[in-house]
Design a protein around this ligand. Structure first.
Ligand SMILES: [Zn+2]
Ligand SMILES: [Zn+2]
Length: 226
């Protein structure tokens, strides 16, 4: 299959690599779409300490199951799925506290093992989640970053009618903006230094507002220091 391979920091290529085969607990997906996360850029630049090289990046993805190992029971061939790329060990101190994001034995698809910037990707079957048929297929790519946004929002548990300031109108900022708006924000401000993102910010952050009070999405131009 074809895959993007980061050989080492600052060096990547599109290469022919062997097709993956599933272990008993694993599944193989034909990748439909794969997002590019800030983490991928950090890995390419060599400033993400947990990355292993060479690596096929890509941890925000969706695809169709094309093969399953003998122990996989939650998905089967033909299912269209999104995947939780994180593979906490389950037995370290933090995992036993339920703080899987702090696992001392970090392991994740696209960071420590090959990811989905490829035609096929190997995943742990239990981490695959079937998506509704009516969901446009490529939207499945956003399930992983949206999950992070939902978790972040759950952490702050704000009262209804709060005011918010979001730094950055990238994928995460825009999704947080939508979550916050639907949770009954009274005001949302976003700071974004890249003017090319401002229109999208208005469309995504403000366009779907359901009541006027939440339409106060503003562009706060930051003062840029030299
Ligand atoms: Zn990511
Ligand atoms: Zn752990």
């Amino acid at each position: 299959m074809k895959a993007v391979v980061i050989e080492k920091p600052e060096q990547f290529r599109v290469a022919r690599v062997a097709d993956p085969t599933p272990a008993p607990s694993e599944a193989i997906l034909a990748v439909e779409a794969c997002g590019i996360c800030g983490t991928d850029v950090h890995m390419l630049e060599g400033d993400f300490a947990l990355a292993r090289y060479p690596i096929v990046p890509g941890h925000e993805f969706c695809g169709e199951v094309v093969a399953v190992g003998s122990q996989v029971i939650n998905v089967r061939e033909g299912d269209f799925v999104a995947v939780d790329p994180n593979l906490p060990c389950g037995h370290c101190r933090f995992c036993r506290m339920g703080r899987f994001n702090l696992c001392e034995n970090f392991d994740a698809i696209g960071i420590t093992r090959d990811g989905a910037c490829a035609e096929l990707v190997r995943v742990v079957g239990a981490n695959a989640f079937k998506l509704p048929d009516e969901l446009p297929r490529r939207w499945g790519t956003l399930v992983e970053p949206l999950s992070c946004s939902v978790h972040a929002f759950d952490q702050i548990q704000p009262p209804v009618a709060s005011s918010y300031l979001i730094y950055g109108a990238g994928t995460m900022g825009l999704m947080l903006g939508q979550l916050i708006r639907h949770a009954g924000a009274s005001r949302i401000d976003m700071v974004e230094r890249n003017p090319a993102r401002h229109e999208q910010e208005q469309q995504t952050g403000g366009g779907a507002a359901e009541h006027d009070d939440a339409r106060q999405l503003a562009h706060v131009e930051p003062r840029v220091r030299d």
